[in-house]
Design a protein around this ligand. Structure first.
Ligand SMILES: Cc1ncc(COP(=O)(O)O)c(C=O)c1O
Length: 509
């Protein structure tokens, strides 16, 4: 129970619309007219959330000859889970079912690949779109006058910059200076003026507070629009609808060949806590348990702890406003030593050779390991812990996502190899890494959430949001109730209607 006394709030609609991206009407006709003109000029149309959730409703020819990795507006029509690595449409999202030879548990662990998303090879471009598109059709963001500010630990900012560039609008990426070199290389290539438009905040993955500080500074200039994924409910809603449906489709496909299979759990390493919203849908459909995952070196949810870690993308030391904490069933912490070393093992000949020859992991599985970035490995290790914690068996599937692939981390692998393996990863190293990180995945850092545990985690968010960021207490507290989250879903239909009208206006120019 919260011990905070609610204050009255005079202008509820305007703070929900302004700070949290929850407008369902046109708030500025002039900004909207400018967007329509800019989009007509650049031939941009916007997909609805319903279309992204079910791309069979999108004409596959719509992307034409657009390079999936280029700044082409037609790539917005690829902003869904149904692409292969080359950007061609697939019937079922690309996935792999990890077998016991690799995971050591009977439960099939299904991993859905995020590096098929366009332009940034990570599913965070969906979150960026979800935060921006509603603001465009509501006239809250004017691409001819505003700068979009994209705070993140890397991939969301890249997604945002990609969309800003498509709109010929200025975007600013904010990310900690310690993120992987590949993220900065990408930003240098895509930003028109990286010296001004890439802001490096102090620290690494855990330093999200410093990102908020930079945003608050920039927010003093009214031409800057802060699209803060950690408190934009569009991020939650897009994953509920688009990712939730995609994961359902994958599970139903796998289950069609395995009668009796149930979807027992969904693991998601939380950064902004957007992706984990897919779990709300899976729970509604299958009774799936929702597992929030974090770094053991910074056990914010598990112990209200703090620290540094290298599981890039899962920023820490705070509970995002859009995390539906009271619907979370399990918390698992995974060590970055495991994700670091397995990242090397999965991407070296000796590592893969060991898995093939000594552990008999099928080659078809090994071929997919290049699509696992650091947080993807974290999600898998958490799934193994969950299977053990909950005593799951062969009929209990666990589903998760691989947000990005190993292509984002060659520089990290070099650092890890120098630090931990004397500059070269050998067969002996592979045996040791197997023994330490896969042979006996522990449950010591996994808890099932009782009501008091959920309350403890929920209440921790008070300090970030209400005390630090000035979030109205009524909104903060309302999130305790599931009716708040189910009530949000009406925005999806409202935004889709407005996106349809917007596209008609663009076509009529
Ligand atoms: C690589 C990676 N993994 C995991 C996440 C966490 O996803 P979410 O922000 O939806 O919780 C992110 C977020 O940026 C990420 O970039």
């Amino acid at each position: 129970m919260s011990t905070v006394t609610p204050r009255s709030l005079p202008d509820q609609a305007s703070y929900l619309e302004g700070q949290f991206g929850l407008a369902d009407r046109v708030v500025d006709d002039h900004a909207l007219a400018n967007s329509v003109a800019r989009f007509a000029e650049r031939n941009i149309t916007l997909p609805t959330f319903a279309e992204l959730a079910d791309p069979t409703t999108i004409d596959a020819a719509r992307v034409g000859d657009a390079d999936p990795q280029g700044p082409d507006a037609r790539n917005l029509w690829r902003n869904h889970w149904y692409n292969d690595v080359k950007g061609a449409r697939v019937d079922v999202p690309d996935h792999i079912v990890l077998p016991k030879e690799l995971t050591g548990v009977d439960s099939p662990i299904i991993v859905v690949f995020g590096d098929r998303f366009p332009m940034i090879t990570a599913h965070k471009v969906l979150a960026a779109y979800a935060c921006l598109a509603p603001r465009i059709v509501c006239g809250q963001f004017d691409p001819t006058a505003h700068r979009a500010i994209w705070p993140s630990t890397g991939n969301y900012a890249r997604g945002g910059i990609a969309i800003s560039r498509i709109m010929a609008s200025r975007g600013v990426a904010i990310l900690p200076e310690g993120m992987s070199q590949e993220r900065f290389d990408w930003l240098n290539e895509w930003c028109e003026n990286p010296a001004d438009d890439v802001i490096r905040t102090v620290g690494t993955e855990s330093n999200v507070k410093e990102i908020y500080d930079a945003c608050n500074e920039l927010a003093k200039d009214p031409t800057n629009v802060i699209l803060n994924q950690f408190c934009e409910f569009g991020n939650h809603l897009a994953h509920y609808e688009v990712t939730g449906r995609a994961l359902s489709h994958v599970f139903d496909t796998v289950a069609a060949d395995r009668p009796g299979l149930r979807l027992a759990a969904f693991t998601s390493a939380t950064g902004s806590a957007g992706t984990i919203a897919a779990g709300d849908r899976l729970k509604d459909t299958y009774g799936t348990k929702i597992v929030a995952v974090e770094a053991l070196e910074c056990p914010t949810l598990l112990e209200n702890g703090y620290g540094e870690h290298n599981i890039q993308g899962i920023g820490d030391k705070h509970v995002p406003l859009i995390h539906n904490v009271m619907n979370t069933d399990v918390v698992v912490a995974v060590s970055d030593r495991a994700t670091d070393q397995l990242q090397v093992m999965f991407n070296t000949d000796d590592g893969l050779g060991y898995l093939a020859d000594r552990r008999l992991v099928p080659r078809s599985v090994l071929a997919t390991l290049q699509h696992f970035g650091l947080s993807s490995i974290c999600n898998v290790l958490a799934a193994i812990s969950t299977a053990k914690l909950l005593g799951l068996g062969p009929d209990d599937a666990i589903i998760t996502v691989a947000t990005d692939g190993a292509a984002m981390y060659p520089s990290e692998r070099d650092k890890i190899t120098a630090r931990d393996f004397g500059g070269g990863f050998t067969n002996l190293d592979a045996a040791a890494v197997w023994g330490e990180h896969l042979a006996n995945v522990a449950t010591a850092h996994a808890i099932e959430c009782t009501e008091p545990v959920r309350n403890r985690i929920f209440n921790l968010g008070y300090y970030t949001w209400v005390e630090q960021q000035g979030t109205p207490i009524e909104l903060f507290d309302a999130r305790r109730s599931q009716s708040f989250w189910t009530g949000l879903r009406r925005f999806l239909g409202a935004w889709d209607g407005m996106i349809g009208e917007f596209n008609e206006r663009v076509a009529a120019v």
